[in-house]
Each structure stands twice: as C-alpha cells, then as structure tokens.
Design a binder for this molecule. Structure first.
Ligand code: ADE
Length: 423
C-alpha cells in the first residue's frame, strides 16, 4: 500500500496493531512515565526525527512517547524481515507516524524506505544497525549540515559508527544507547536469550532437552542464549575467538571448542558474533546431518549462505521460516529465517519488559541531544549515554517492579571514600 506518506502492507490491520501495541505497553512502565512527563514538558517540540528501527509493538510505544514530546517522527524498518505489519498500520492510522516498512521487503525496497525516511530532513536520527546513518553519509550528504545528532541501538551499529569516527567520517555526534548498562545487561542478555530461543522453538517445534546446542560468540547476547539453552536442558557448547570470553564460558560451565569440532556434533548452531562467515564451507562439509543453523546477530552475514547453496542439490521449505538444504552427500542442513535474526524474524523480538529500558534510554538520549544541540556542541564521535540517564532508568524500573533497596549510611559513605581505615 504505497502512498507518499507511507508504504506499508495493509492499513486495515491497524486496529489489531493497536491492541498489540497496548498489550506491550502494560510491560513498559518506565516508558509510560517518560511519555507522561514528555507530554507535559514537550522537550522535543518541533524536532524532526528519522528512525530506522525494527517496527514492533515496542517501537510503536517509543514512537508514541516521542510524538507526545512534540517530535515530528518518520520511521522505516531496520531489517527486511522484522516488521510487524499490523504495527506499521497502527503507526500510520492511529499514531500518525509516517512509516515505510513491509515485512519481507526486498533489498531495493528496504533502501528505498530508508531514502523516504531521510526525505524528512532529520535533525535527529535513531538507528538500529547504522544503515540510516551510513546512507545519510554515503548518498545524502547534503542533509548532514542539518543533523544535530543521533542514537544507535545495537552492538553492530556501534561498531560501525566507531569505525566511521576513527576514519573521521562521522559528521555528527551519536549516542551509543547499546552501551548503557540498563540496555545491554538486560536487552542483549535476557532479551536476546529469551527471544532467540522463542524464535527457534516457534520455527522448529523441536524439544531442546538433551540436544547439543552450539552458541558462536560469548558477548552479552551469546551469554543470554547459552544460559537459556542450558535452562531447556540442552548440552551447550560455546565457540569464541576471544580468550577472556572463552575462559568465562568455560567457567560458566559450557564446553568450549573450535567451530569445526562443534559443527560435527551439534543439533543446533546459533551465531551471535557480529562477524561474517562464522559458519562457512569447511563447517558445512562436516556438519551433523539434520543440524538446525540459525543466526541472532544483526546482519545476515554470519552464515555463508552462498557457500551452502553451492554444496546443495535440492532445497525445500518444510515449515514457515525453515529451509532444508539437501547436500550432494545426502546430509541435510536446516536453515532458519534465511539467516536473518531469528528472534525478530521467527518470533517477536525482545519482550517489552526489557525494551522498556532500552527505549527509555533512547527517549531520554534523544531529548538530551536535542537540548545539547540548542546549546553546546558535542564532538562528532560516539558518546556514551550520560550516566545519570542510566541511573534514572534503573531507579525507575526498580520502582515500577516494586523493589526497594538499601542506601548507604553516612558512616558507610565516609568509609568508602577514605583510605585510612584498615583491618
Ligand atoms: N530489537 C530486538 N527486539 C526488539 C523489539 N521487540 N522491538 C524493537 N527492537 C528490537
């Protein structure tokens, strides 16, 4: 359904989308409180924002918060397979956010949608994976002078932006929302952990108990996935390239070995490294018959699908989100969600409970950037989320969960700031 102001699948899905968005909101008390404060204070009055985010129920609640703050917001998808079409319809019809996102859109449409979001001439950008910022710098550089700053949601995006900043190519400041404690400790670990297992189970309906389950990468996402797979009763293997992380995985109780060895004995392999060709031709040559391979990293580069295609004689689709590759020697490899992030492609992404904190950081960081933009300039590099925002989000989440914590007595505070007292 293309229109100059939006491109979505079907506007008639809007009412259903609203129901789902409101359902998610019940688990987003921090964002609700920020919404109410922003509606009174209007800290983003008149700010033009272009957001390239996964179009989910949680993102719709972030959009409502930014609109309540007075922002003029346009959205496009940050992945061709992650859009919830009913949410896109609700955004257009009920929340009045021009949205360019269709689940399953091809590569050309994906980039055309980013171009439409950029036609908004953003003063602020919100990105998840840095495709919007990258397009802005590569193909729409005439807009750069008008941009005050941006935010980045995910590890992969932060890595790309730091590379741009190191090359002096980044032309405005970006806040790494991913690096806030109240983001990655919860979203990357518990969010990815639960939603990745959710995606694998929805796609395959295979019991994990007793299966051998390999996780490639032991960053925050890998840690969460391994932890949840273990909870399902799987025998968990971790593969790593970083000695510290490998050691941590070993002491957390996982088997650690090279991927070539893991591939030969795994029933499931899930990549969460942020790098390319983590599963490649040599692994396909030894992989266990029937192995389910899937990716939870941001881009669909972690599994070398062209190499897999070359070894394949026949392909079929036994279930939604599953492609069975029959190899020349008779073995079968089962690929989920075309190698795209399985938690958003085959499930619904991270639950609202953790996105509450991630998007509270987004909303507060965007308001901070807008205020900074009106006054002092920030350097054109990647900045951390201001520490007081992180603390504020943790405090608000605890309060919403009804958890009360102790505070230091004056005597304890003095002890912690003194070097004189010993045994
Ligand atoms: N990234 C991972 N899960 C997400 C969700 N539910 N909404 C938006 N972005 C996400």
């Amino acid at each position: 359904m293309i229109n100059n102001n939006y491109d979505i699948k079907d506007l008639s899905l809007a009412d259903q989308g609203c129901e789902h968005v409101d359902w998610a909101l019940t688990e987003m008390p921090v964002l609700r409180a920020i919404h109410d404060r922003f509606a009174e204070e209007r800290p983003l009055a008149g700010a033009r924002i272009s957001g390239c985010l996964h179009i989910t129920t949680e993102t719709a609640n972030l959009a409502r918060t930014l609109k309540a703050a007075g922002a003029e917001l346009v959205l496009c998808a940050s992945n061709p397979l992650s859009t919830q079409d009913d949410v896109a319809a609700a955004l257009v019809q009920h929340y009045h956010v021009p949205t360019f996102a269709i689940r399953g859109e091809d590569g050309g449409t994906y980039y055309r949608h980013i171009a439409k979001a950029l036609d908004h001439r953003p003063q602020l950008t919100m990105d998840d994976g840095a495709d919007l910022v990258s397009e802005l710098h590569k193909n729409r550089s005439e807009l750069l002078a008008g941009v005050i700053g941006g935010t980045e949601e995910t590890t992969t995006g932060v890595v790309r932006l730091r590379a741009m900043a190191a090359d002096k190519a980044l032309k405005f400041p970006v806040i790494a929302v991913n690096d806030a404690m109240t983001k990655h400790l919860f979203d990357n670990r518990y969010g990815t952990g639960q939603s990745t297992l959710d995606g694998i189970i929805r796609a395959t309906n295979i019991l994990l108990a007793g299966k051998t389950f390999t996780v490639a990468g032991y960053g925050w996402c890998g840690r969460g996935i391994a932890m949840r797979a273990k909870g399902h009763g799987a025998i968990v293997i971790v593969t790593e390239v970083d000695p510290l992380r490998a050691l941590e995985a070993a002491m957390d109780g996982y088997r650690v070995m090279p991927m070539l060895e893991a591939a030969a004995c795994s029933d499931f392999i899930i990549t969460a490294t942020g790098d390319k060709n983590v599963l490649d031709q040599p692994h396909f040559e030894v992989i266990k018959d029937g192995c389910v391979i899937t990716n939870s990293g941001h881009f669909n580069v972690e599994i070398n699908i062209p190499a897999l295609e070359k070894l394949t004689v026949k392909k079929h689709r036994p279930r939604a989100n599953v492609e069975s590759y029959k190899l020349k020697d008779g073995r079968t490899i089962r690929l989920l969600a075309e190698g795209r992030l399985v938690n958003l492609a085959a499930a619904e992404g991270h639950p609202a409970t953790v996105m509450d904190m991630s998007f509270a950081n987004q909303a507060l960081s965007i308001a901070y950037l807008w205020q900074q933009g009106q006054g002092a300039d920030l350097e054109n590099v990647v900045h951390p989320v201001p520490a007081d925002i992180d603390q504020q989000v943790a405090t608000m989440k605890l309060a919403a969960m009804g958890i009360i914590i102790d505070s230091l007595s004056p005597e304890q505070q003095a002890y912690l700031s003194s070097w004189k007292e010993g045994t």
